[in-house]
Design a protein around this ligand. Structure first.
Ligand code: FMN
Ligand SMILES: CCCCCCC(=O)C(=O)O
Length: 369
């Protein structure tokens, strides 16, 4: 089976491929190295099958989940995906508005093409979290965090698996790096601390400004010490995104994080890395329910969402499926993806003989491979 055929309904890669040029399509669909981890994330869901119960009252169904004291209607959020203007002119405003309309939380990428204040304005009361690629400069870190707090973002997600970019062969072949034309720079280029480091305004020399931003994000000396610094700077719930190792999950908790996102960046960073669904149980075991664990990587279907929850995830992130939809027709198509995933997950839950997310536990699954 091709991994191109698993996205919900008709929102998959194929439709995005029809509307995107080779560079942007390769960027979103591509992965690191041979793509083994990207494929592995998706295939891992086939190693588990759902074992439904019957003769259960499934008339009332509740998919809602509470994280950091906020109740979400469904157990998924939209993953941070940067540089959305390569997919659609609305950029991040498309998924942000779709998520807000349907009550699904949206995690805004640090490399958004749209400034975070504009995304916040577009979302109104919609639940939003801010994803940080910790820059080298701590003053810039503080500025990003303050802007996020002032704009009503309710949690900070620090992505820790991408202080250096992976070996992305499709992008290398296409010589494609969208940041150099200023895409994905909406937050950097509007930041006073960042702009004070430049010789001229970013829009007068886009390439130089973008290279400076990439240099900030290329933070190869980021360690637990710098995470502790971030912890001190915000009272918002703090999550790390990008671990698959139980020891790192424990270390993160010791450094005061409030949640873990088990992720390998959709296979875009370390090829050959363990699939996230396979990594999840050991992390659940190590954390012992003390803080919520969210996972992403390969979630394409309602069945995938149920399987991740059964293995201990509090919620999951939807990544590429909404990016493909954005490319096809902007906000309205992102809404369609979200609606389809909600409907499919709810039906899957019911037909499994469960009426609430709280009834979903490892007994729902059978390991088959
Ligand atoms: C085009 C693209 C851009 C991404 N940008 C970011 C980003 O800015 N920050 C981040 O933490 N993760 C980023 N990710 C990773 C996603 O948040 C998520 O971990 C991944 O897409 C999950 O894999 P899946 O899409 O195959 O389900 C990006 C992924 C893609 C496909
Ligand atoms: C400074 C980090 C740039 C990351 C680029 C966006 C991303 O996460 C991805 O393409 O994957």
């Amino acid at each position: 089976m091709s991994i191109f055929q698993r996205c919900t309904y008709s929102f998959g890669e194929n439709r995005a491929k029809n509307v995107l040029a080779a560079g942007p399509f390769g960027y979103v669909c591509g992965a690191a190295g041979a793509g083994d981890t990207h494929r592995g994330n998706i295939e891992a869901f086939q190693h588990y099958r759902i074992r439904p119960r019957v003769c259960c009252d499934i008339t009332k169904r509740d998919l809602s989940v509470s994280i950091f004291g906020t109740r979400f209607p469904v157990p998924f959020l939209l993953a941070p995906i940067g540089v959305n203007t390569i997919l659609h002119p609305d950029g991040e405003l498309g998924p942000a508005r779709a998520a807000a309309k349907l009550g699904v939380p949206y995690i805004l990428s640090n490399v958004s093409s749209v400034p975070m204040e504009k995304v916040a304005e577009a979302m109104g009361d919609g639940i939003r979290w801010f994803q940080l690629y910790p820059p080298k400069d701590q003053e810039l870190t503080k500025s990003f965090l303050k802007r996020a707090e002032d704009s009503g973002f309710k949690a900070i997600v620090v992505t820790v698996d991408s202080t250096i970019l992976g070996w992305r062969e499709t992008d290398l072949q296409n010589a494609y790096l969208p940041f150099l034309t200023g895409q994905g720079m909406g937050i950097y280029f509007t930041d006073p601390v960042f702009c004070s480091k430049l010789r001229e305004a970013p829009h007068n020399n886009v390439k130089e400004a973008a290279l400076k931003a990439l240099e900030e994000g290329n933070n190869t000396c980021f360690t637990w010490k710098e995470l502790a610094f971030i912890r001190e700077q915000t009272r918002l719930p703090l999550l790390i995104k990008g671990t698959t190792h139980p020891d790192d999950a424990l270390l993160a908790m010791e450094h005061g994080v409030d949640g873990i996102i088990v992720s390998n960046h959709g296979g875009r960073q370390l090829d050959g890395a363990v699939a996230t669904l396979e990594a999840l149980p050991a992390i659940v075991e190590s954390i012992q329910g003390k803080i919520p664990i969210i996972m992403d990587g390969g979630i394409r279907r309602g069945a995938d969402i149920l399987k991740a929850i059964a293995l201990g995830a509090a919620a999951v992130l939807i990544g590429r499926p909404y990016a493909y939809a954005l490319a096809v027709a902007g906000k309205s198509e992102v809404e369609e993806v979200i609606k389809h995933l909600i409907a499919e997950t709810e039906l899957q839950l019911a037909i499994s003989g469960r009426s609430s997310k709280n009834d979903v536990n490892p007994s729902l699954l059978m390991k088959v491979k």
